[in-house]
Write a protein that binds this ligand. Structure first.
Ligand code: ADP
Ligand code: MG
Length: 268
């Protein structure tokens, strides 16, 4: 088991509730989606899985061990955990801090203490795999949104984690880059990576997941299951505020149907 969380409650310091008794698990090699409307708690949940936030109630297990603030202060434990789990934040500007793309992608392998030659090899491999070798001397800050997203993904892949946490990976990208991200997720999963994606985008969820957790606006898990079932459940999607409900009058007959959200998420 990669992650198992039980009964997790989390609120921010200003009192805003973000997760309410959330339990979920992720198995080795799975691709799982956390689906929910803006503000439902998806990003908070990923931060909990990555050991960046700690719940006020409940437990988090990672790779079969209890994940706590104290454990992560142990250098050995922390280093082993950090090298196994990679987090691609929704906003690449939060993630990217180096002055060139090359340095950005080399940072993880250097932190791992890999020999120089291997660092160079990994950076070259990842840049060419993602088709961004030509950007290597550029400053990440000046890149387009799609390029930044690719660099953020590259900076995580270069230290070769087993698990990827992706927060709204397609938000704000043009359709071609969105399709690229979807293919990338599928390929990485086929290569054996465990992938947890937070999204509210119903148009990608079918392709990037084999199991879905739906978070409600009350920050609770209201459903868990395979995409075929979840995505057909209109009542559930409306309850989760993932689809609108419109009633249209056609002559005398009432005809109702739902519309899926395909708008981008501007919430951070
Ligand atoms: N830094 C923060 N301080 C206070 N409240 C926050 C903060 N970040 C998120 N929240 C609140 O916590 C809830 C869950 O947010 P979030 O996890 O970002 O949801 P999602 O990623 O699903 O949009 C929301 O009500 C949000 O307003
Ligand atoms: Mg979010």
């Amino acid at each position: 088991m990669v992650f198992e969380i039980k009964d997790v409650v989390y609120s921010y310091s200003d009192g805003s509730a973000a997760l309410c008794r959330v339990s979920m698990h992720v198995q080795d090699g799975e691709k799982v989606a956390i689906l929910g409307a803006n503000g439902s708690g998806k990003s908070t949940l990923l931060h909990i899985l990555d050991g960046l936030y700690f719940p006020e109630h409940g437990r988090v297990y990672a790779f079969g061990e209890l994940l706590t603030e104290e454990r992560l202060q142990e250098p050995g434990f922390s280093q082993a955990f950090r090298r196994r789990v990679g987090f691609v934040f929704q906003n690449p500007d939060v993630q990217l801090f180096s002055s060139t793309v090359w340095d950005e992608v080399a940072f993880g392998p250097l932190q791992l203490g890999l020999p120089q030659e291997e660092v160079v090899g990994r950076v070259e491999d990842v840049l060419s795999m993602l088709g961004i070798a030509k950007l290597s001397k550029r400053h990440p800050y000046n890149l387009s949104g799609g390029e930044k997203k690719k660099v953020a993904i590259a900076s995580v892949l270069s230290y070769n984690p087993d698990v990827l946490l992706l927060d709204e990976p397609t938000a704000g990208l043009d359709p071609k880059t969105q399709a690229w991200v979807v293919d990338c997720i599928i390929e990485l999963n086929q290569a054996g990576k465990t992938i947890v994606t937070a999204t509210h985008d119903l148009s990608i969820v079918q392709e990037i997941t084999e199991r879905i957790y739906v978070l409600s606006e009350e920050h609770k898990v209201i459903a868990e299951g395979d995409p075929a079932h979840i995505l057909q459940d209109e009542e559930l999607l409306i309850k989760g505020n993932l689809a609108h409900f419109h009633a249209h009058r056609h002559g005398l007959a009432m005809h109702a149907h739902s519309h899926q959200h395909i708008a981008h998420d501007h919430h951070d």
